[in-house]
Structures are given as structure tokens and as C-alpha cells.
Ligand binder design. Structure first.
Ligand SMILES: COC(=O)c1ccnc(N)c1
Length: 242
């Protein structure tokens, strides 16, 4: 998979080259190219924004600069790409999106700042390729770069060969529509708090049931919306008895 990121702060994307993602890049599972949007400005001030039509606070990123940048970046590789624009006004990014993106040959991220990117940029490219405006949560950031780090990590960890144990991705939160339950490791007792006996019983059926019950309890308590979204046959009789 190739990932391109266009931003006015390339340094913000440096963490992509650390740890797990750095190893994925080093092993050729992932190509990452970060581009400075200002490379496509032509004025002495390298202006990337301008005041909004209709008035209002803040500045809007100029369509000409984004058009020149995205034309150049998209043309740099023949693989079909999906353009992803992180924005607080976007559709919520979910684990299902992470799986869908992990199947893409190429993702191009446009990092907006200020009050966002002139809407005509998204409208223009949506005529030529898939464009997603996505949000990573109900809050506003200063720029889209941090959201790109979140999305790239959520996607890259799903690529075959990136995670040491592929079962980790198969069994993590949201994989079965529920939040993951609590986890424990040694010591057996820590500050007078023991590990639940069932987890040391060796009874794999009882352990699986216990884990499912704890996941259901946590989901009911913290994310009842996820339960409501489950398909009708997702919960068995034992689940409902909880
Ligand atoms: C500038 O981008 C944002 O503020 C942003 C992007 C994606 N998700 C959010 N919740 C905010």
C-alpha cells in the first residue's frame, strides 16, 4: 500500500516512521510519502489560505494550491487512490473503515488547517476518485495531521505482516462489534488485587464465556450504541441472559 500525505507541517507526520509503522515501511509493506503543500505555492509568502467568502472568522485553504498539489501527487503513481480528508465535519471513522482502507492500493490524505479546505477541492476530485471526509471524533483539532496519524495507524496494523500476531487484529475491540473486556498479566496478585480465578483455570470454554460477558458488560455500560447496531443474530441466548 502506498500512502501520500499533503500537509503544511510535514514534521507532524514524523511519528509514522517510528516503531511498528517504521518497521512496516522498512519491510516494504507500506510506502509513505509526505508532501509539503507550500511546494505548490508560487508567491513570495507561499500563501495557502485566504479569507472566507461570506465573512466569518478564520481562513480557508485556497483551491488553486490544493489542486496543483493533488494533481501532482495523484499523477506520481498509477495505482488507483482514495482521497481522505480529515475534518470535524466528516463521517465518523470506524474500525470498519480501517478494514476497508486496508484493502486499498493507495490512500492520499489531504491535511486541512484553519477553517478547512475550499469545498470545491473535494467536489472536484470526487468526480474522478473516491473521496472520504472523515472525523476521528466529536472534537476539533488545529489540523488534520493528527487525525492522519490515527487513521494510518488503525489501517496499517491491519495489513498482513505488520502485526506480529494477526490474531491481535482479529480479536481486538470492535472486531465482534463489542468493546474488548479487561486484560490481566502477572503477578497473580498486585496490591491485594487478584487476577480473576477463571483466567487461571485452564478451562478455555469458561474463559471464553467470562471474556464475552465482560465485553458485553463494558459495551452496555460505555457504548450502548454499539449494541443497538449489532445484527439481530449477533447475541446468543447466553449473551442475552447476562
Ligand atoms: C482540522 O481537522 C480536525 O479538526 C479534525 C479532523 C478529523 N477529525 C476530527 N474530529 C477533527
Amino acid at each position: 500500500m502506498r500512502i501520500d500525505v499533503v500537509t503544511i507541517f510535514p514534521g507532524y507526520l514524523a511519528p509514522l516512521r517510528e516503531a511498528l509503522l517504521g518497521r512496516a515501511i522498512g519491510s516494504g509493506l507500506l510506502d509513505v510519502a509526505v508532501h509539503d503543500l507550500r511546494d505548490w505555492t508560487h508567491d513570495v509568502h507561499q500563501a495557502v489560505d485566504d479569507s472566507p467568502y461570506g465573512g466569518g472568522p478564520g481562513m480557508v485553504m485556497r483551491p488553486q494550491v490544493w489542486g496543483d498539489a493533488l494533481d501532482a501527487v495523484l499523477a506520481a503513481d498509477e495505482r488507483p487512490a482514495r482521497l481522505v480528508v480529515p475534518t470535524p465535519a466528516g463521517r465518523p471513522f470506524t474500525q470498519a473503515d480501517a478494514h476497508a482502507y486496508a484493502a486499498e492500493e493507495r490512500l492520499v490524505f489531504a491535511c486541512g488547517r484553519y477553517e478547512g479546505i475550499d469545498q470545491r477541492v473535494v467536489d472536484h476530485y470526487a468526480d474522478a476518485l473516491p473521496v472520504d471526509e472523515i472525523s476521528i471524533g466529536d472534537y476539533v483539532l488545529v489540523g488534520g495531521e493528527v487525525a492522519v496519524l490515527v487513521v494510518v495507524e488503525a489501517v496499517a496494523r491491519l495489513l498482513p505482516g505488520v502485526l506480529g500476531n494477526p490474531r491481535s487484529a482479529a480479536e481486538d475491540s470492535f472486531s465482534d462489534g463489542l468493546l474488548e473486556g479487561p486484560s490481566y498479566t502477572r503477578p497473580e496478585v498486585w496490591r491485594d488485587r487478584p487476577v480473576p480465578d477463571v483466567l487461571r483455570s485452564g478451562n478455555h470454554g469458561a474463559i471464553a464465556r467470562w471474556r464475552r460477558d465482560r465485553a458485553l458488560e463494558r459495551t452496555v455500560a460505555r457504548r450502548p450504541d454499539l449494541l443497538a447496531a449489532l445484527p439481530p443474530d449477533a447475541l446468543d441466548k447466553k449473551d442475552r441472559a447476562l
